[in-house]
Ligand binder design. Structure first.
Ligand SMILES: [Zn+2]
Length: 250
């Protein structure tokens, strides 16, 4: 199995050695945000981190710490969400990416678990590709990073994301927490936001079990469904990276 390591744990000499063997940097882009009663608030970052780890098992390289600071998407109306200024986190994304490519990484994987990262990537990645024309920059969410080659569906904390979670970190998911009848006298986080901040497709009834979710019923999620999607994404990206680096398929 190829070698991968956590970026922050390596010494300079180890980094140079790894760069020769596998010049690939995997960077999971997440966010802390309410993801329904049944998923952890770091869901997007955990999902991206686990997919990157699976990919790194195939390709080797370094795994950067999850980018936990992000924003956009309209779920900041729910308690336990941390949205930051897009200029701030977009700047960190671009600057860090430039540094990684300048240090010699030839492949940069920007795996966004939080879907609105796509807007930032769409705005920033073309200039990055122009500045580093010899690098392969794979950027997007798990539903977009393979282009049309893989069809994986997404949602917010509903059937699709819950399926990914059941496949990748089942120990942090509690479907039994999807109980009806919560109210904000007992559950302070169940206060619905003002009507003018309601997203049209999000469940805002705090007493509904699927509160704060957007998509199909999370109670129909399955690990098998999530695993199928993850395997497709990882396989496609691993083949793309191996092809770019001219190595035998991993
Ligand atoms: Zn999510």
């Amino acid at each position: 199995m190829p070698t991968w390591h956590r970026y922050e744990e390596l010494r300079p000499d180890q980094l140079e050695l790894l760069l020769k063997e596998a010049p690939i940097a995997h960077w999971p882009l997440g966010l802390l945000e309410h993801h329904g009663w049944h998923l952890p608030i770091g869901f997007d970052g955990l999902k991206a981190d686990r997919i990157c780890r699976r990919l790194a098992d195939r390709t080797g390289g370094v795994l950067l710490p999850v980018m936990w600071w992000g924003g956009l998407g309209g779920h900041d109306v729910f308690k336990w969400s941390h949205y930051q200024d897009p200029k701030a986190f977009g700047g960190m994304l671009v600057e860090t990416s430039r540094q990684l490519l300048a240090y010699g990484f030839r492949v940069l994987v920007l795996m966004a678990g939080h879907y609105p990262w796509q807007d930032v990537l769409d705005a920033e990645i073309p200039a990055l590709r122009q500045a580093f024309p010899d690098a392969l920059i794979l950027a997007g969410t798990e539903i977009s990073i393979c282009g049309d080659a893989v069809t994986v569906r997404g949602d917010h904390a509903a059937r699709e994301e819950t399926s990914f979670g059941l496949a990748l970190f089942p120990e942090q998911i509690d479907l039994d927490a999807l109980t009806p009848g919560r109210d904000d006298t007992v559950w302070p986080g169940a206060t619905p936001p003002p009507a003018d901040r309601h997203h049209p497709r999000v469940e805002f009834d705090a007493s509904a079990p699927l509160f704060a979710q957007m998509g199909e019923d999370a109670r129909e999620a399955s690990a098998a469904r999530g695993e199928e999607g993850v395997a497709q994404v990882v396989d496609h990206l691993a083949r793309t990276i191996d092809g770019f680096l001219g190595r035998d398929a991993s």
